[in-house]
Design a protein around this ligand. Structure first.
Ligand code: ADP
Ligand code: MG
Length: 398
């Protein structure tokens, strides 16, 4: 396979067959099809999506795979091979936010969002299995939502586009699951393509596929999953969101995306009466939005190595201004840089979860060893480290 090719096709076929077989064992009939949607890692542009800003995620080879068939009776049954819980059964015309608080709220929320938007979706049987690590900041939740949305779009012949499906999947998570996330994760799962990062404008969902094949440049992009998740995360996310909204209000813009980077010093001066935290949040959002543009320019110029320091700057901004990092994420960045990595940053919501590291390919193993050694010395659990191979977005497998 060429450098950058992610999932071996035979591997994907085998997983599709296993999930279809699980479906048959569970529901006593054949699925109508099998679909996949990936997890993602965000290269740059963090917390910018709910500020109408820019992000740059890439899809991982890790996917949620779902076997699905329609039902005539308005019943939705969902099951996950990865959990001990039994089949969840719900009536599609009785779906309301809060009616199910288990993992089933992710696929059920998609049915709810589709129906609320007026799309003619009836019942279904769904069985899934996922290789996306959960709660690791790699968006296992959006993979579940998007695989469900794509399957129902195909089976019920809704004719919705990828961006529309992503918006509805976001709505499922916002309204039905109750997580106030932006649209990045769902867009990444729905729209990424193999060998590319997705340059996404979260204001109008316009996007560009940016070629990214680190191996072709003698580089490696690593994901380091710290395997810790600090409880703070949920409340902190809402607090950052509120602080950003206050900043925008005080600056007289609808979203912080509308504050040009060149006008940042003047904008910060105008925030003299606001809380100190608002100043920091605004500085993070405006500079990180700018960093997305810097990374795009460097990739377009073929100067991939120079992306490293921009990632590290982004980490410092998340650590010092937005304050969403944690000891484990800081240690990944510090130990990777000490081992000679070109750059590193936390990715996703923070307070645990994962980081990305850009390194020379021939130093990747040494860098991984250095990170593991630093974690062992600090008494942290051993991190999980794997290459971030830019992979395909959601698709039908069979
Ligand atoms: P992230 O999206 O970063 O992985 P979230 O907290 O947003 O973290 O989503 C994780 C949740 O998604 C899990 O707690 C679970 O409810 C659901 N989930 C993810 N993968 C699976 C799976 N394979 N089977 C069942 N539920 C899953
Ligand atoms: Mg999630």
């Amino acid at each position: 396979a060429r450098a950058g090719a992610a999932t071996a096709p035979e591997d994907e076929t085998r997983r599709a067959e296993a999930v279809a077989e699980g479906f048959r064992a569970l529901y006593g009939r054949d699925p109508e099809g099998v679909w996949a949607a990936p997890g993602r890692v965000n290269l740059i542009g963090e917390y910018t999506d709910f500020n109408d800003g820019f992000v740059m995620p890439l899809a991982l080879p890790h996917t949620a795979v779902a076997a699905v068939a329609r039902r005539e009776d308005g019943v939705l049954r969902v099951h996950s091979a990865d959990l001990p819980s039994p089949v969840t059964e719900l009536r599609v015309d009785e779906l309301t936010p809060g009616c199910d608080t288990s993992w089933a709220a992710y696929p059920a929320g998609v049915v709810y969002a589709l129906r609320t938007a007026g799309h003619a979706v009836g019942g279904a049987d769904l069985h899934l299995a996922s290789t996306v690590p959960t709660g690791a900041g790699l968006s296992s939740s959006a993979a579940l939502e998007v695989v469900t949305a794509l399957a129902l779009n195909d089976l019920y012949d809704l004719g919705l586009g990828r961006a529309e499906l992503a918006r509805l999947a976001q709505r499922a998570e916002n309204e039905f699951v109750g997580v106030p996330c932006g649209v990045m994760d769902q867009m990444a799962a729905a729209c990424c393509t193999e060998g590319h990062a997705l340059h996404l404008d979260t204001r109008d969902l316009s996007l560009r596929q940016v070629p990214l094949a680190p191996a072709d440049d003698g580089l490696a992009l690593l994901v380091v999953d710290t395997r810790v998740q600090h409880a703070l995360g949920d409340g902190a996310y809402a607090e950052r969101r509120a602080g950003c909204e206050e900043g925008a209000r005080r600056l007289g813009v609808s979203h912080l995306r509308d504050v040009p980077h060149a006008e940042l010093p003047a904008a910060l001066e105008r925030l003299a009466d606001a809380g100190e935290h608002v100043v920091r949040y605004v500085r993070h959002i405006v500079t990180d939005n700018h960093r997305v543009g810097e990374v795009i320019d460097l990739l377009d110029a073929g100067d991939v190595r120079a992306v490293g320091p921009v990632l590290t700057e982004g980490h410092h901004s998340l650590r010092d201004d937005l304050r969403v990092s944690c000891a484990e994420l800081d240690l990944v960045v510090e130990s990777a840089l000490a081992a000679g990595a070109l750059g590193a940053r936390m990715t996703g919501g923070g307070f645990g979860g994962s980081a990305v590291v850009l390194t020379e390919a021939d130093a990747a193993e040494r860098t991984g060893d250095a990170i593991r050694a630093a974690f062992a010395a600090a008494g942290h659990p051993e991190p999980r480290i794997f290459p971030a191979l830019p992979s395909a977005g959601a698709r039908r497998l069979s």
